[in-house]
Design a protein around this ligand. Structure first.
Ligand code: S3P
Length: 166
């Protein structure tokens, strides 16, 4: 299978992706980790050192490369669809795109309890974060083959829902 997970930061793409890959006995690829391997920087450190625009270009190259995998479960970064060309790349790929959705309050609550630092979280006001969230919902929806509302669901239940729809 070729499956890619999209959704806002903190929604659980990496946890769900890993579990889904294990369940399907398929390779798992995390695009943020791949970015780190390729550039030697974490996404946050790269944006800090260079710029978000440069980060998006490199992120797109990594996305393109990984979408060549004959089979894999890929988890993407929350902003991977920021560039219109990245949305096109995902729309025209053979990968089955699963959008992990959740309510804004649930998502932000989870992010606040997360130890993993998110550069965009610290840079934005509460209003700015809500705007970004709304803009991105449209991006995720524009590429999704399947949308799962993850509110109140444990990772195993999300994986079970995805598998039941494949
Ligand atoms: C980003 C989300 C991060 C990472 C980078 C930018 C974003 O990934 O790619 O910090 O723009 O939302 P996660 O969604 O895995 O946190």
């Amino acid at each position: 299978m070729q499956i890619i997970l999209v959704g806002f930061m903190g929604v659980g793409k990496t946890t769900v992706g890993q579990l889904l890959a294990n369940t399907l006995a398929q390779p798992f690829i995390d695009l943020d980790a791949e970015f780190n391997t390729v550039t030697g920087y974490t996404p946050g450190a790269y944006m800090h050192q260079f710029s978000e625009a440069q980060f998006r270009q490199v992120e797109q190259q990594i996305l393109k490369t990984q979408l060549q995998q004959p089979q894999a479960v890929i988890s993407s970064g929350g902003g991977v669809l920021t560039l219109p060309t990245s949305r096109e790349i995902m729309q025209t790929s053979d990968f089955y795109v699963v959008y992990l959705a959740s309510d804004f309050a649930v998502n932000i609550g989870r992010l606040k309890g997360d130890s993993h630092p998110r550069p965009l979280m610290t840079k934005l006001t509460a209003h700015g974060l809500h705007e970004l969230w709304q803009t991105r919902q449209a991006h995720y929806q524009s590429v999704a083959n399947l949308t799962i509302n993850t509110n109140g669901l444990i990772p195993a239940a999300i994986v079970a829902q995805i598998i039941s729809k494949l």
